[in-house]
Design a protein around this ligand. Structure first.
Ligand code: C5P
Length: 279
């Protein structure tokens, strides 16, 4: 590392405003068309000089291990190999996003670790090698590295940025059930329901679907209840993100979002509920 001071990077939650599954591939992945967006809240990753290690703090740290195959450590090892540097970096992950929940927490953390390592080593954060490392680590990690609204194709790693409705109020709700991405993709019925529409981001989102919703709802019926709660009060859009179980709603005003959050917290005090905005 070149820097001698700690570097902190935000790891914002990702949402899939739309997710069309077009085909099952022979490599075990699925061909997607998805609209990635990011919110203004999430985890944070801090990198300080020192031997490679990971400490995890925050409300969702329980059950996560700072050893072995955590994506932050895998990202650090892949960075060292790709840039021919010693494996190093004392990482702290402050975990505020629920795990295995369709909002890319682990992917966002890995992307933040790569950005922190790049900054600490005077490497541009848009260096194509970082995107190669990201794609090898996970399908959503290139989008998280880019960190802005984008269309994703292929596994989700072929990205085209576009302007999004920055600042739009968003509510994220998770019922507290972890969902396996691989299991949800496996349970997809294989029917191609057609391409994602073209155009401006909000228009695409409103006209599109999340094709993983039916299979995720079968595996985690709690998602039905979350979507029913989010559909009350006239949101612009209520939909599941990624492979679930987190769902999101978009609102015209902060007051609409606050009213929905209050209602959902009263109905389901155990649900995780984050009032945030599109980045
Ligand atoms: O790429 P990542 O490791 O995050 O993906 C987790 C799992 O989700 C994969 O092993 C695969 O089963 C499924 N997946 C998929 N098609 C994609 C992305 C993920 O089938 N485009």
């Amino acid at each position: 590392m070149i820097t001698e001071t700690a570097v902190t990077e935000n790891a914002p939650a990702k949402i899939n405003l739309a997710l069309h599954v077009r085909a099952r591939r022979s490599d075990g992945y699925h061909e997607l068309e998805t609209l990635f967006a990011f919110v203004t809240d999430g985890d944070t990753v801090t990198l300080a000089p020192g031997p490679l290690s990971l400490a995890i703090t925050g409300p969702f740290s329980a059950g996560l291990s700072g050893e072995g195959d955590n994506l932050v450590l895998r990202a650090a090892r892949a960075f060292a190999a790709a840039f021919d540097r010693p494996e190093s970096g004392t990482f702290t992950l402050d975990k505020h996003l629920p795990v295995a929940s369709g909002i890319g927490g682990g992917s966002a953390d890995a992307a933040a670790a790569l950005r922190a390592l790049a900054r600490a080593n005077a490497i541009a954060t848009d260096d194509p090698r970082l995107f190669e490392i990201a794609a090898a680590l996970g399908s959503d990690i290139p989008a998280c590295l880019l960190g802005r609204t984008a269309i994703g194709r292929g596994r989700g790693e072929r990205l085209v940025p576009l302007d999004g409705p920055t600042g739009m109020p968003v509510l994220l709700v998770n019922p507290g059930v972890a969902v396996s991405t691989a299991a949800v993709f496996k349970a997809w019925d294989g029917l191609d329901l057609g391409p994602m529409p073209d155009g401006e981001a909000l228009h695409v989102a409103l006209d599109a679907r999340n094709d993983l919703e039916p299979s995720a709802r079968r595996l985690a019926p709690e998602i039905d209840g979350v979507l029913a709660l989010l559909s009350v009060g006239d949101p612009l859009l209520a939909r599941m993100s990624g492979s679930g179980a987190t769902c999101f709603a978009l609102y015209a005003t902060v007051a609409d979002r606050a009213a929905a959050a209050e209602r959902i917290r009263a109905a389901q005090p155990g649900y995780w509920c984050l009032e945030t905005a599109l980045a």
